[in-house]
Design a binder for this molecule. Structure first.
Ligand SMILES: [Zn+2]
Length: 244
């Protein structure tokens, strides 16, 4: 596959451009993870507030239940009070009085419970208010961090796009089949797709290259690949010779 020395130099420049593009891309890829973590932190913050809200709702529900229970006791005492006039025997009268006292005593206990619930409600309402203030501050802080990351991502994206355009410009003069091999080697995880020959060895996989391969690479008139690792290989001396 024909390839000029100039093309080889361009391939090396593309490789450098791709290495910096990869770095920018890696930085870009981290940002959505940071943002997702921050969004989760916001949800957690809001969750804390909703825990207190639930506690408040359950106390309010309990208060209503107790108030209903109290009303029932009061109703019972009142009903028995009315019945006192119509009882015939002393025992029945005493039994009713006992019922009335019991209902009143139970009512008084329930009132004490309601007072306690109201105290708890006051406390939880205060806690909720304080927590809401803290949550608001925290959420604002986290949102500011997210927007800083968004800004950084936009900056990196612009940097990436600019560098990518330059890289593609470099690729313009290179024969398509050579680019195909370069991209193929890179896509297999060998990011250093173009490597120098050191003495008689491929500098990447260290295999000793066949003399014919070195001769071809020295001519620098065709694309030469390492027979072991498939990377594109070149002789730095051959490239330098062109410059002289
Ligand atoms: Zn090799």
């Amino acid at each position: 596959m024909a390839l000029t020395k100039e093309n080889l130099g361009q391939l090396i420049a593309i490789q450098e451009a791709d290495a910096s593009l990869d770095k920018v891309k890696a930085d870009m890829d981290k940002i959505p993870v940071f943002i997702a973590n921050l969004r989760q932190a916001i949800e957690d913050e809001k969750g804390k507030a909703s825990d207190l809200k639930n506690k408040l709702l359950s106390l309010e529900k309990k208060k209503k239940e107790k108030e209903l229970e109290l009303a029932q006791k009061e109703e019972a005492a009142k009903k028995h009070g009315g019945e006192l006039n119509s009882v015939k025997t002393n025992e029945a009268f005493k039994a009713l009085q006992l019922e009335i006292e019991r209902a009143k005593a139970q009512g008084s206990d329930i009132e004490t419970e309601i007072l306690q619930i109201m105290e708890d409600l006051d406390k939880v309402r205060k806690d909720e208010k304080a927590a809401a203030a803290v949550t608001a501050v925290e959420v604002k802080k986290l949102e500011a961090e997210i927007s800083a990351h968004d800004g950084r991502l936009a900056g990196l994206k612009a940097q990436f796009d600019g560098a990518k355009a330059k890289r593609d410009e470099l690729a313009g003069p290179i024969p398509a089949d050579a680019m195909k091999i370069y991209n193929h080697v890179r896509s297999r995880g060998k990011l250093d797709a173009v490597v120098a020959i050191e003495g008689e060895n491929c500098s990447a996989c260290r295999i000793t290259l066949a003399p014919q391969v070195i001769v071809e690479a020295t001519k620098a008139k065709a694309l030469v690949c390492c027979e072991s690792c498939q990377r594109i290989i070149y002789r730095p001396e051959a490239l330098a010779a062109k410059a002289v």
